[in-house]
Structures are given as structure tokens and as C-alpha cells.
Design a protein around this ligand. Structure first.
Ligand code: FCB
Length: 442
């Protein structure tokens, strides 16, 4: 198949189903001279942290090319664009708005509005101002209040230019990858650190939601969580128990506080010295009502029992994408259906889904059939979940264009648009053309 399609009766072919593309500030913008340093600048400067020793100083130079990039988004015919705001670009060290940074985004939001593209704004996609990290970052409770202040200022400045706000993108990655196993910025290692950072991130989310309810009651306000569904290698009690633990530790740790105001019960099995400090009232703040839940999905993982730890994680199975993640679309259907059974879900959006593939630009074309197949399988998976009663309202491809893929640098390409980093030339890949046609054929 060289096109993307859905069953004729699918509600994903209704015009009300939102199709979009997604990016994040640090991954595409560049323009680092016009903002404060963030934890990813520092991490990139630390030897051995980024696979190709690269950094975000130029990236896709969206800082210069934003207007043509929005024209490109428009040419794909999407309904929406999910972007993130760089906190260190819009708030200066004294806690005041930086007018240069604010104008960068209000210009973008105006251009999107002018082209009738809905702006889905993520307020925190991992680029914490370095000066806050110097005071403890997400290990310091004060960072949650600094976030609240930032959200208050920026949402007031944006007025009615935004369609939807997400407080955080993937607090699992910020907390677990950043403060527990240290493979993402700021590169801190320790279970207590990871759990404490997660709690302060969730607190920041709750405080942010309260500000949004006050400043921006008419936007669709929520959070974006990532899920990597956990599968057991066998049906033995020990393996099933280990797998359930892993799911609670990696996935439900973020979902359950937000939805139910409580951590998974395994919190009581953690050694006392690893448990996060939780103050009275925190869980009520964290569990604010949501207008939507954003779900990011890429892959699944297998688990089994271990003699020395609560679980053992297995290597990814095959087939895999270029970043080594198993392709298993059924997990997306299973995830959506299970979440819908477990929680009272608000409107659901797939806020990220996509694949890294080893693309080649040949004769001004990128024939990424493998990515196109990935999209087809995962769109089908979303359709199947909707058929089973899950209220999915939209789908965003990750990503609009190739960009800085965190610890992998520029080596992994996730775009439906190819970026030649030497010339900053953009080329819509076969998958991007198919996505465009799916949307326009509705
Ligand atoms: C997600 C991130 C996003 C991107 C994709 C591949 O975890 O939210 O920025 O890097 O993975």
C-alpha cells in the first residue's frame, strides 16, 4: 500500500476527528542565543551523553524558518499543530516575561490562527531553565511553584490564541529517564530522586491546571502521558506479578495520581528511603479535572520475575524501528481499551505516535514505506479501540519533521518531512504525502 486508509464507516474519517503533527521546542528551534540555557544544553555539553555529540543550538533552525514551516504544516492539510513553549525563552532569570521570546510564539500562534490551524500548546516538554536545575530542579518543590508562575504569565500573554494546553509532556521521561536512571537531562541517578522528581512534576501539573482553569477556561486543558504497555513472558503468577509491578512503576505511577489522586499501591512496597515526600493536600492538587488526556504511544515491553528486583525487563522483540523499539500496534488498542476500563477517561487524543526509520533522500524523494506501514497499522489500532468504545478525538503524528532526538542526537529520524541539516531544506516524505491524502480525502 502506498496510501493510508481507514474503513469507510470509521469515525476517524469524520471532519471532527482532529489530525495533527507534533514537535517540541528544544528539538526543532535552535535560536539558543535568544534564550536562557536549559538542562538539555548542559547535558549536550557533557561528554558521552548524546550519541553524535550534537546539541540544540541550531537543530532545524525553526527559530528562523518558522513561517515556512507553518506553510509546510498547512500544505499537509492538518487540522492542528502540537508545539511546545520553551520556558527559558519566555521567562527571564528574574521571573518576568521575556518580550522577545513571547513575540516569537505569539507570531507563530497568529500565523496558525490565520491559516485556521488549531494550536495545541504543551507548556513543558523537558527544557527546564538551567538556573532552576542549579537550585535542585525537579527535586526541589519550589520548581513546581516556579512552573505555576510561568504558566500564569504565559497563558495571560497568549490570551485567546490557543486551542488547547497540556501542562507536561511525559513526566515519566522527565522523572525516570532524567532523575532515576540518568540517561536524559539532567542525568541524575537514584530511585528516590526519580520518585521525588515525579511527585514535583505531578504537583506542577496540578498547580498548572488550576491556573489554566482561571486564566484559560475555554481551552481544552490536560496533560500528555506516555505509555509503554507491559506484557508478561508467561502466565505464571510470579511473571504476572512482576509485570503488574512494572506497569505500576512506569505507567500508572503518572496516570493514577492524575485521575484518582493516589499513587499505585506498590508505593507501600518501596523502601522507606525511596518513597517521595508528599505533603498534605498534594494529591488533591494533582488530581484536577481534565478536559483531555494526551497519550503518546510508540512500543511495548516484556517483563518477567527476578530474584533480585521487583521485575526484569527484556530486550525489545522484533520487528523493530531504527531506534530499536518493537513494532506492535495491537498494544495501542489494548492500552486504550484497558485505560478506558480502568479509569473514567476524559476525551482522549493520541498526542504522539510515529517511527524512527533509516531514511534516504534520493532524487529529492524519501520512500519511507516502512514508516507509512507503521502509521497504517497504528491508525487501524486507534480505529479498533474506538470501535470498542474508547472516545479518541484526535491523532498527532510524531513528528512533523526530523529533529534532535534527545540522547540519540540527529541520528534518528522521526519526521514525516525530511530535514537536510546542512541546508535546512525540508522534503515531504512518502509517509507525509500519504498522511496529507488521508486527511484531504475525508
Ligand atoms: C517521546 C518524546 C518526543 C520524541 C519521541 C520520539 O518520548 O515526547 O519528544 O522524542 O518520544
Amino acid at each position: 500500500m502506498t496510501s493510508l486508509s481507514l474503513p469507510q464507516h470509521s469515525t476517524m474519517l469524520d471532519k471532527s476527528f482532529v489530525y495533527g503533527v507534533a514537535t517540541a521546542s528544544f528539538q526543532i528551534e535552535g535560536g539558543s542565543a535568544d534564550r536562557l540555557p536549559c538542562i538539555w544544553d548542559t547535558f549536550c555539553d557533557t561528554k558521552g551523553k548524546i550519541a553524535d555529540n550534537s546539541n540544540g543550538h541550531v537543530a532545524c533552525d525553526h527559530y528562523t524558518h518558522w513561517r515556512e514551516d507553518i506553510a509546510l504544516i498547512d500544505s499537509l492539510g492538518v487540522d492542528a499543530y502540537r508545539l511546545s513553549i520553551s520556558w527559558p525563552r519566555v521567562i527571564s532569570q528574574d521571573g518576568k516575561l521575556n518580550p522577545v521570546g513571547v513575540k516569537f510564539y505569539t507570531d507563530i500562534l497568529d500565523e496558525l490562527q490565520h491559516r485556521d490551524i488549531k494550536a495545541y500548546v504543551t507548556l513543558y516538554h523537558w527544557d527546564l531553565p538551567q538556573h532552576l536545575e542549579d537550585n535542585g530542579g525537579w527535586l526541589n518543590r519550589e520548581t513546581a511553584y516556579a512552573f505555576e508562575h510561568y504558566v500564569d504569565l504565559i497563558t495571560t500573554a497568549f490570551g485567546d490564541k490557543v486551542h488547547s494546553y497540556a501542562t507536561l509532556n511525559e513526566p515519566f521521561c522527565s522523572a525516570y529517564l532524567g532523575y532515576e536512571i540518568g540517561v536524559h537531562a539532567p542525568g541524575i541517578k537514584g530511585a528516590k530522586f526519580g520518585r521525588q522528581a515525579a511527585h514535583h512534576l505531578l504537583l506542577a501539573h496540578g498547580l498548572g491546571m488550576k491556573v489554566l482553569a482561571k486564566n484559560s477556561p475555554n481551552t481544552l486543558n490536560g496533560i500528555v502521558l506516555n505509555f509503554t504497555p507491559c506484557y508478561s513472558v508467561s502466565q505464571s503468577d510470579a511473571d504476572l506479578k512482576a509485570t503488574a509491578y512494572a506497569d505500576d512503576y512506569m505507567n500508572q505511577w503518572y496516570m493514577k495520581p492524575v485521575m484518582d489522586g493516589a499513587y499505585p499501591d506498590i508505593i507501600n512496597q518501596l523502601p522507606i528511603e525511596v518513597r517521595p515526600t508528599i505533603l498534605p493536600g498534594d494529591m488533591e492538587i494533582i488530581s484536577q479535572p481534565l478536559d483531555f488526556l494526551g497519550i503518546n504511544f510508540y512500543t511495548r515491553l516484556y517483563y518477567k520475575a527476578s530474584d533480585t528486583a521487583p521485575y526484569e525487563e527484556l530486550a525489545h522483540q522484533f520487528p523493530r524501528t531504527d531506534i530499536g523499539w518493537e513494532i506492535y500496534p495491537q498494544a495501542l488498542t489494548d492500552l486504550l481499551v484497558t485505560l478506558n476500563e480502568t479509569y473514567t477517561l476524559p476525551a482522549v487524543y493520541i498526542t504522539e505516535n510515529g517511527a524512527a526509520m533509516a531514511d534516504k533522500l534520493e532524487n529529492a524523494k524519501v520512500n519511507d514505506q516502512d514508516r507509512l506501514d507503521y502509521y497504517q497499522q497504528h491508525l487501524n489500532a486507534v480505529h479498533n479501540a474506538i470501535e470498542q468504545g474508547v472516545r479518541v478525538h484526535g491523532y498527532f503524528a510524531w513528528s512533523l519533521m526530523d529533529n534532535f532526538e534527545w540522547a540519540e542526537g540527529y541520528l534518528k529520524r522521526f519526521g514525516i518531512v525530511y530535514v537536510d541539516y546542512a541546508t535546512q531544506q525540508r522534503t515531504i516524505k512518502k509517509s507525509g504525502l500519504a498522511y496529507r491524502d488521508l486527511i484531504s480525502n475525508r
